[in-house]
Design a protein around this ligand. Structure first.
Ligand code: UD1
Ligand code: MG
Length: 493
């Protein structure tokens, strides 16, 4: 089994980690009513990615700094923080602190000071930088407290060919010591040439960090409290500043515009596609593949173009997914073939498809569809909250909702379970080996006895006996040699 998802193996820290997530900025360039940190990447809000990463670090606490759209962000973030898995001894405590007005990144982090314990390591993240990997952050945190050494301030940095807009890492003449970070707007011509830039992510010992934050001022080109100025105060205290450089720019890319969001989405999808192919999954075209959740694949899985996977999906050995399918929250067992344009969404109840079943093209499986081995579901068939036992078939234009369908049942074209009486939902039971003809309406609650046959066009309102033929439709009558009415000839004018 192999898995690709945007969650990773949990890591365990030695010292408590408290994460600050800056999420108060407006995100003007998104031109959206939705706060920037709630925009979605790979189907998940940006802030949810960041909180997910914080929880993988087994952070003791996440303090989210909110401002623009504060109540909307708080409501949404509370929900996804509650949905996070408990990885350590307890759920990560998620707190919200308001920053009004927004006077810069330093000012943002200052707002967290009253709720921040002194004994931890503080990790500062941005709510609009979604793809930082827990492993990189773990390495950064390890730079703060190295065995046998005094605590350091650790900066996550990256070498950039186009450093425009980023804070530059200023080093001593011999390049050994980090002396400060200078923002683009404050940099001189020589500093603008520096390619090593600050990612916006740092880790520091909490107690000392608080003393540096207290010293920030806004004597700079933008008149803001710069978080990056903590570096010079750490240097002044004789604290070593470690620049932990990574190569992978995706991990520190922030979102400022719809273009950024789309670019990062494609880059992330391409990475997920590569990971799956490395595991042996055969994607017809990695550029036309989207995973918004987690996908577990056994061997010899084939996925055709333009498929979207959401939530948690697992595909058994030899599963083939045709082009243009949307599959969410489903467990699909070995040998299943899902043909083109099929839509499967299990939502909370899930969808399960048994070995060797054949689904689609143009099928729709909704929550609670439980299909046994060798089941056939054909075009324009909808299944909701219904189980179909081994070998059952509904091949054309049908609806099965709130139903239990036995082995080898054949459900005819155009037939439906009428499960809803306008107020309540009712169950239909179709026992093994029943043959339901075309265009039948099964008015629930109703049970069709095993081995029975329902004649085409029947509206069945009462239970049927096993083995019986049931006809519930107008009797056919024919009038021999019937002359059709003729058009009257038009009167002459
Ligand atoms: C910051 C860094 C810069 C670094 C860059 C990386 C500072 C002064 N500069 O610059 O060195 O290279 O990130 O992307 O820190 N925010 C608040 N409240 C505020 C201001 C900002 O919560 O008052 C939040 C924003 O919503 C955003 C984050 O802080 O999530 C970063 O702010 P942004 O304005 O993008 O900082 P940069 O100017 O990019
Ligand atoms: Mg920025």
């Amino acid at each position: 089994m192999s898995e690709t998802s945007n969650t990773q193996a949990p890591l365990s820290p030695e010292r408590p980690i408290d994460v600050i997530v800056m999420a108060a900025g407006k995100g003007t360039r998104m031109k959206s009513n939705l706060p920037k940190v709630l925009q979605r990447l790979a189907g998940k809000p940006l802030l949810s990615h960041v909180l997910g990463t914080a929880s993988q670090l087994r952070a003791r606490m996440a303090v989210v700094i909110i401002g623009h759209g504060a109540s909307e962000v708080e409501t949404a973030a509370t929900q996804f923080a509650q949905a996070l898995p408990v990885l350590g001894s307890a759920q990560m405590d998620c707190k919200f602190v308001r920053q009004e007005p927004q006077l810069g990144t330093g000012h943002a982090v200052q707002q967290a000071v009253p709720v921040l314990p002194d004994d931890g390591v503080v990790l500062v993240l941005s709510g609009d930088v979604p793809l930082t990997q827990a492993g990189s952050l773990q390495d950064l945190i390890a730079c703060v407290s190295r065995p046998g050494q005094a605590d350091s301030l650790a900066l996550l940095t990256i070498e950039s060919q186009d450093p425009t807009g980023y804070g530059r890492i200023v080093r001593s003449a011999d390049g050994q010591q980090v002396l400060g970070i200078v923002e683009q707007k404050d940099a001189n011509a020589q500093q603008l040439q520096i390619k090593e830039v600050y990612s916006g992510i740092m880790a520091a010992p909490a107690r000392q960090f608080k003393t540096w934050l207290a010293k920030l001022d806004k004597n700079n080109a933008q008149g803001e409290y710069y978080l990056t100025d903590v570096v010079k105060w750490a240097v002044a205290d004789g604290v070593q500043v470690v620049a932990h450089q990574i190569d992978d720019a995706l991990q520190v890319t922030g979102i400022n515009s719809p273009q950024h969001l789309a670019q990062l989405e494609r880059a992330f999808q391409s990475q997920q596609a590569q990971d799956l192919m490395t595991q042996g999954v055969r994607l017809a075209d990695p550029a036309r593949f989207d995973l918004r959740g987690s996908l577990v694949c056994a061997s010899d899985v084939e996925i055709d173009v333009n498929c979207v996977f959401e939530g948690h999906v697992s595909l058994g050995e030899g599963v083939r997914i045709g082009p243009h399918c949307v599959i969410a929250n489903a467990q699909i067992e070995a040998g299943v073939v899902v043909q083109a344009f099929t839509h499967i969404d299990g939502e909370k109840a899930g969808v399960t498809i048994g070995q060797g079943a054949s689904i689609g093209p143009f099928a729709r499986l909704r929550p609670g569809a439980k299909l046994g081995a060798q089941v056939h579901i054909g075009n324009f068939v909808e299944i909701k909250n219904a189980s179909l036992a081994q070998g059952a078939k509904a091949n054309h234009l049908a609806y099965l909702g709130d139903a239990t369908v036995g082995e080898r049942v054949n459900f005819g074209a155009g037939s439906i379970t009428a499960n809803y009486d306008g107020a309540n939902k009712h169950q239909t039971v179709i026992e093994a080996d029943v043959h339901v003809g075309s265009n039948c309406v099964l008015v629930a609650p109703v049970t069709l006895g095993a081995g029975g046959t329902i004649g085409g066009g029947s509206t069945v309102t009462k239970d049927t006996a096993p083995g019986a033929l049931t006809l519930a439709r107008g009797k056919q009558t024919s009038l021999a040699n019937w002359a059709r009415p003729q058009k009257k000839s038009a009167p002459k004018s």
